[in-house]
Design a binder for this molecule. Structure first.
Ligand code: TRP
Length: 380
């Protein structure tokens, strides 16, 4: 029997069956029409859409409709600052930037410093605050629009967030939290409250637009949340209560996880070799790639004869999910790998060149970001 996989906001493990997740979570898939709509607005179709890396959604059609009618819309995403940023975190942010460019709309970016302190036994508030600052540099480096992007952490923007979180908390029972997140008698009480904080940015765009007089006092700004599918349980809770507080249910567009360099479906924070961090040196990144899990055979002779297994090959996966935007090139390479025409060494070299070029550029932007942090980050 296959090992059962687990996908929750706090734990992702096992061989993930994304089709099963769609059923279990009750999300929709992304239709051809929705893909085209986004591609039209952007001027091109992002490979993450085309390849089904973003593969699920809730109420996406409603959000797209509002956008196409010229109504104000907003994006919301976030980051739990429990460590440095790796490529798996960057993936949904890159896609969020694509959406922000396509729809030219505000983005609310939440840093859940409270969450990571509460859920990670060994992290102090000071460490989380340091990671928050570090992660913010990566977020800015992705290229979000200055003046249209607001980054805030829960503890430093608490005057704004906390009263709204209370509205949510009052309407969510312990029984719902337990059923949704699997809390038990040894869960700390902060954990149980936390999901109400993650709901709040769904309301902020409406509140801001009303304050600015962009919409009437009874009108709303629809919010779309790009996120990895493990966050869906939070937004199920949000969707259950938010209309009772007088705000619309958020829409979402959900991604798969960047597979691990060690094989398997997701990088693990406890194994730094399973992913590449934006703070890794060129040499460190090359080393990780050279040690990566591949679909190669025991000997060169066998691999030439039988071909490699591209499906489990983490190099081919990295190219598919992040580094080879050109479909034709990707297909040719995966095909050649499967036929034994390309061996692991060559494949790794090809990826390493792409990764190191990316890191160099990202790290340059990351340094430049230090000068404009104030233009993005708000506190109260
Ligand atoms: N809980 C998320 C994490 O642990 C952070 C987060 C907050 C988030 N709000 C979000 C992620 C909205 C995606 C979308 O990483």
């Amino acid at each position: 029997m296959k090992e059962k996989f687990v996908v929750t906001p706090w734990e992702v493990r096992g061989a993930i069956d994304y089709g099963q997740l769609v059923k279990d979570f009750g999300v929709g898939t992304i239709s051809e029409e929705q893909r085209k709509h986004i591609a039209n607005a952007a001027g091109f179709e992002h490979f993450m859409l085309r390849r089904g890396i973003f593969f699920a959604q809730r109420d996406l059609g409603m959000w797209l409709k509002a956008a196409s009618e010229g109504k104000p819309v907003a994006l919301y995403t976030g980051r739990g600052p429990s460590g440095h940023t790796h490529l798996g975190h960057l993936m949904p942010w890159v896609f969020t930037k694509y959406l922000q460019d396509a729809f030219d709309c505000p983005l609310y970016f939440q840093m859940t410093d409270d969450e990571k302190f509460l859920f990670k036994e060994d992290l102090t508030q000071k460490q989380v605050a340091e990671y928050t600052q570090e992660n913010v540099l990566d977020i800015i480096a992705v290229g979000f629009k200055q003046g249209k992007t607001r980054i805030f952490s829960d503890t430093q923007y608490a005057k704004t967030i906390y009263p709204l979180a209370l509205e949510v908390a009052k309407r969510v029972t312990y029984s719902t939290a337990k059923a949704t997140f699997g809390f038990n008698d040894s869960s700390n009480i902060g954990e149980i409250f936390f999901t109400s904080m993650q709901s709040v940015p769904c309301m902020l765009p409406t509140i801001d637009a009303r304050e600015k007089g962009l919409i009437g006092p009874k009108e709303f700004v629809p919010v779309l949340i790009p996120h990895a599918i493990d966050q869906d349980p939070h937004f199920r809770v949000t969707r259950d209560v938010i209309d009772k507080i007088g705000y619309p249910k958020p829409a979402s567009i959900q991604s798969k996880f960047l597979p691990s360099l060690k094989g398997g479906d997701k990088m693990s924070a406890s194994d730094p070799d399973s992913s590449i961090y934006t703070t890794d040196s060129q040499e460190a990144a090359e080393k990780k790639i050279n040690r990566a899990f591949t679909g190669g055979r025991a000997t060169v002779e066998e691999q030439r004869r039988l071909g490699g297994n591209a499906e489990v090959d983490s190099i081919c996966n990295y190219l598919t999910y992040f580094f080879e935007e050109d479909d034709k090139k990707l297909e040719t390479r995966i095909d050649a790998y499967g036929k034994g025409e390309i061996l692991d060494g060559e494949n790794k070299k090809y990826l390493a060149e792409k990764v190191t070029a990316f890191l160099k550029e990202h790290q340059r932007k990351r340094e430049a970001a230090r000068k404009v942090v104030d233009k993005f980050v708000v506190s109260d």
